[in-house]
Design a protein around this ligand. Structure first.
Ligand code: O2Y
Ligand code: MN
Length: 594
C-alpha cells in the first residue's frame, strides 16, 4: 500500500532515502499482519512464547539491558526559540538537533524492513482524536503500536482525508546509550527517536505524540493534553460521574483506573468504569463542561506489584493476548514478577534466577494489552464526543503535610494545587529518600512547552460560560507518627471519590480551611475499613506552621517560571499564604477559616 496523500508519500520516501531500508512495509493493522509479525519475532528471538495453555496469545520480549526506561536526559523539545521550551525541558536548536539525529539515521535501516504505521490517537471518528504516522525498523514497536493505538487502514484514510499528521521517525539503531536521542519539533509536528526500542522512547504515539507534541497542538487549538487517567464512578442510583486524575509516574494511576469497590460498596451497587489509565485529552463542549477522551487503545502497565490484591482487573486483562516486556518466567513458562505467588526460574535477562542479581522482573517491566480486555472497560471510551468530567484530581506521594483529600475553592486555586503538586522520592526510585520533587500536573517530563505558558493555558479555561469540573488534591501516602501509612489505598480510595461526588452534587458541606475544603466530621464513609477512625484526624490534619513553609516553597518554585509565570497564579499563591497567617494550631478544626 502507498498513500494518496502526496505529503505522506514524500515524507516516507525522504525517510527511506535517509535510512536506506531493504524493504518498506505499510501497515494495515490487520490481525493477519499482527500474527505474521509475531511469527517473525518468534523466529528471530525478539519474542519468546509463554505458556499457551495458561496464557494464550502471550509473549515475552527481553529488551537490551541498557534500554529499560524512558531517558529524560536524552529527550529534547526543540522549539526555534529556547524560551518556548521552558526550564522544564532540555532544548537544542532545531537545525542542530536535526543534523545530530539525521547523522545517526543515515543508512541505519540497511538490511532491515522499514514499517510505516498510520495511527489514530482517540476513537477513529472523534473530533478530539488526532493522527500520526510512525516509521520504525522495529517489529516489536509495530506490534505494541497495534495494541496501544487505532492503527492501520482506517487511520490512514483519516490522515488522507485531513491532509495532516504528526510525523514520527524511529530506529532502534545499535541500542547504544551513547547514540540515543528522543527529539521533538513541535513547530513541525515531528518526532525523531534513535537508539532505544523501549516504551515511551519508541512507541511514539504515547508520551512523544499524545503528550509532548499534543500539548502544543492543544494550546494552539484550545484543548488540553494531560497525563491523567479517566475513570467513571457509578453510584447505586445508576448515575456515573467521570473523574480525571493526574499522578506522577508510578503512583498507582492504573490501579485507580481499574479500582475494585470495597465489599460494602459493591453490595450497595457502586461500580467503577475504566476509560483510560495514563493520558487524557479534554476540551470544552457546547454546554460548557469539559469532555475527555483517552487517546490510547491499550495499557502499557508496570508489571511488578500487579496482583489479585492490588489490581485483579489488570491481572484478568493480561491473562491472554498480551506482550510482556522484561518480566521473569516460572518453571512452567508463565510470566512472573514480584508481588505474584510462585517462584521464578528465569530472570528478566533470561538468566537462571539468582536473588543476588536483584529482582527477577525488572522494576520497569511492562505488559501491553488491549484495553478491551479489561473487565471494567467502559463502552463510553469509544464515544466520539468523550465523557463529561465532574472532577479533576491531582495527587502525589507526600508522607506528611498533604491531607488525604482537599478541594480547591475555585478553578484558579485548583490550578495552583496542580502546579504545586509533587512527590517525595522513595529509596527504590533514586536512592535519595524524602526529597520533594515538584511535578506540576504530573507533566514535568511531558509538557512540550514552557510551564509558565502551560499554567496560563490552564487558567484560560475559566470562562464565564464554563461549567468546569471541581478540582481536588489527594494524598494516599500520608504516614502517621509511627511511620506507617494512615490510609489503606486501593479499593478504599472509592471512599474519597464518594466524598468528592457528594461535593460535586452539593450533598456534602465540607469544612473550609485556608488550604481548601476538607471532609467535615463524619462525611467520609468508613464502615468496613480497617482504618482506625481516631486516625482520620491525623490524615486530615492541617499543620498551619508547616503549610506556611510549604506556601513559601511553592512561591520559590513558581519563581523559576518567571518571566512567564501568570500573575494570577502568583496572586493565588499569595492569597493562600495570607490566609494561613496568624494560624498556629495543628488541628484541622483550628485551621478552619473564620
Ligand atoms: O519507561 C517507559 O518507557 C515507560 S513510562 C510510562 C509507561 C506507561 C505509562 N506511563 C509511563 C510514565 O512514565 O508516565
Ligand atoms: Mn504515564
Amino acid at each position: 500500500m502507498v498513500s494518496k496523500l502526496a505529503a505522506l508519500e514524500r515524507w516516507v520516501n525522504d525517510a527511506a532515502a535517509l535510512t536506506r531500508p531493504a524493504t518498506i512495509h505499510w501497515c494495515d493493522g490487520s490481525e493477519a499482519e499482527y500474527q505474521s509479525l509475531i511469527r517473525q519475532m518468534l523466529q528471530t528471538g525478539d519474542l519468546v512464547e509463554l505458556n499457551q495453555q495458561t496464557h494464550p496469545g502471550c509473549y515475552l520480549h527481553r529488551s537490551n539491558p541498557a534500554d529499560v526506561a524512558r531517558v529524560e536526559h536524552l529527550t529534547f523539545v526543540c522549539h526555534s526559540q529556547q524560551q518556548d521550551s521552558g526550564p522544564n525541558n532540555h532544548w537544542m536548536a532545531p537545525a542542530e538537533a536535526h543534523a545530530k539525529i539525521d547523522a545517526l539515521f543515515d543508512g541505519c535501516m540497511a538490511g532491515r524492513t522499514m514499517y510505516v504505521i498510520p495511527y489514530c490517537m482517540g476513537p477513529i471518528d472523534s473530533p478530539l482524536a488526532r493522527c500520526g504516522v510512525e516509521i520504525t525498523d522495529s517489529p516489536y514497536v509495530v506490534a505494541n503500536m497495534r495494541i496501544m493505538t487505532r492503527m492501520g487502514a482506517a487511520a490512514q484514510e483519516r490522515i488522507e482525508r485531513e491532509g495532516h499528521f504528526v510525523k514520527g521517525l524511529h530506529s532502534i539503531g545499535e541500542l547504544d546509550p551513547e547514540r540515543r536521542f528522543i527529539m521533538h519539533f513541535p513547530e513541525e509536528l515531528t518526532i525523531k527517536s534513535y537508539g532505544s526500542g523501549y516504551g515511551g522512547n519508541a512507541l511514539l504515539g504515547k508520551k512523544c505524540h499524545a503528550l509532548r507534541i499534543a500539548s502544543n497542538q492543544a494550546r494552539d487549538e484550545g484543548w488540553m493534553a494531560e497525563h491523567m487517567l479517566i475513570v467513571g464512578i457509578e453510584n447505586p442510583a445508576g448515575k456515573t460521574h467521570y473523574v480525571a486524575a493526574a499522578f506522577p509516574s508510578a503512583c498507582g494511576k492504573t490501579n485507580l483506573a481499574m479500582l475494585i469497590p470495597p465489599e460494602g460498596y459493591r453490595r450497595d451497587g457502586w461500580k467503577v468504569w475504566t476509560i483510560g489509565d495514563d493520558i487524557c485529552w479534554m476540551r470544552p463542549g457546547a454546554d460548557g463542561r469539559l469532555y475527555a477522551i483517552n487517546p490510547e487503545a491499550g495499557f502499557f502497565g508496570v508489571a511488578p506489584g500487579t496482583s489479585t490484591s492490588t489490581n485483579s482487573n489488570a491481572l484478568k486483562s493480561i491473562s491472554s493476548n498480551t506482550i510482556f516486556t522484561n518480566v521473569a518466567v516460572t518453571a512452567d513458562n508463565q510470566p512472573w514478577w514480584e508481588g505474584l505467588p510462585g517462584t521464578p526460574v528465569t530472570d528478566w535477562q533470561g538468566r537462571p534466577y539468582d536473588p543476588a542479581n536483584g529482582p527477577a522482573a525488572h522494576p520497569n517491566s511492562r505488559f501491553t494489552v488491549s484495553a478491551k480486555q479489561c473487565p471494567t472497560w467502559s463502552d463510553k471510551a469509544e464515544d466520539a464526543q468523550g465523557v463529561p468530567l465532574s472532577a479533576i484530581m491531582f495527587g502525589g506521594r507526600r508522607p506528611s503535610l498533604l491531607p488525604l483529600v482537599m478541594e480547591a475553592r475555585d478553578w484558579t486555586h485548583g490550578v495552583l494545587m496542580g502546579a504545586a503538586m509533587g512527590s517525595e522520592t522513595t529509596a527504590a526510585a533514586t536512592g535519595a529518600v524524602g526529597v520533594l520533587r515538584r511535578d506540576s500536573m504530573a507533566m514535568k517530563p511531558f509538557c512540550g512547552y514552557h510551564y509558565g505558558d502551560y499554567f496560563a493555558h490552564w487558567l484560560s479555561f475559566d470562562q464565564p460560560a464554563a461549567k468546569l469540573p471541581k478540582v481536588f488534591h489527594v494524598n494516599w501516602f500520608r504516614k502517621g507518627s509511627d511511620g506507617k501509612f494512615l490510609w489503606p489505598g486501593f479499593g478504599d480510595n472509592l471512599r474519597v471519590l464518594e466524598w468528592m461526588i457528594g461535593r460535586v452534587e452539593g450533598a456534602l458541606g465540607g469544612l473550609e480551611t485556608p488550604i481548601g475544603i476538607l471532609p467535615a466530621d463524619g462525611e467520609l464513609r468508613l464502615d468496613g475499613t480497617k482504618v482506625d477512625p481516631t486516625r482520620i484526624d491525623e490524615l486530615l490534619d492541617v499543620d498551619v506552621a508547616a503549610w506556611q513553609e510549604e506556601l513559601a516553597a511553592i512561591g520559590t518554585y513558581l519563581d523559576s517560571f518567571e518571566p512567564r509565570l501568570p500573575e494570577r497564579l502568583r496572586q493565588e499563591q499569595q492569597r493562600v499564604a495570607a490566609a494561613l497567617v496568624g494560624g498556629t494550631e495543628r488541628t484541622r478544626r483550628a485551621a478552619t477559616a473564620p
